[in-house]
Design a protein around this ligand. Sequence first.
Ligand code: 3PG
Length: 212
Amino acid sequence: MTMKDILTSASPVIPVITPDSVDQALSLSLALYDGGLKNQEIALRSSCALDAIRAIKEQLPEDLIMGAGTVLTPFQLQLAEQAGADFLVSPGSTDSILEAARDCSAPFLPGVSNPTQAIAAFTAGFNCLKFFPAEASGGTEMLKALAGPLPEISFCPTGGINSENYQAYLLLPSVPCVAGTWLAPDELVQNADWNGISQLCKALLSLKSLPA
Ligand code: 3PG
């Protein structure tokens, strides 16, 4: 599976989760999956993140695609791949991570926030990029401007995306999907309201204006 397949093959929203424990990650990931979000990302921001990815890949349905996010170094790329991550995401695109990602078998989504970084990542062989932090970097206007000179790049905007603004991003031809933490609100997660989270996802996916 290429990064483009992952961005286009399932629902156009990738929930980003930062679990406190492996058990919580399993419940949350299953709730999101039951809500229709089969492509998900666990950010490597807590000590349980790699174990959570491993447990999800072992125990949850096979068609749940689980990525590892907040990958900052070549070593983390390696650890995430070993844990079984289906794709790898970085908020940035340093030379070292672009270089190391070429040796990974899992597809990589490097982060960029301006044209120079986008050209560097594209030149290094990546045509799907994370646009991060999306809202703080110019949002939909910036993406419209980038589409002119960089028509071959697909962007996954992340950072500041929420229920109010995600549809505006999805209307852009260069945006097959968006990502963000808003589908796993802290309050619902802390109350273990897994059904509430599934309902939130279903409500989002049932919106008529959501592009297919
Ligand atoms: C990420 O790591 O992808 C972002 O921090 C998510 O940003 P958000 O919390 O604004 O959705």
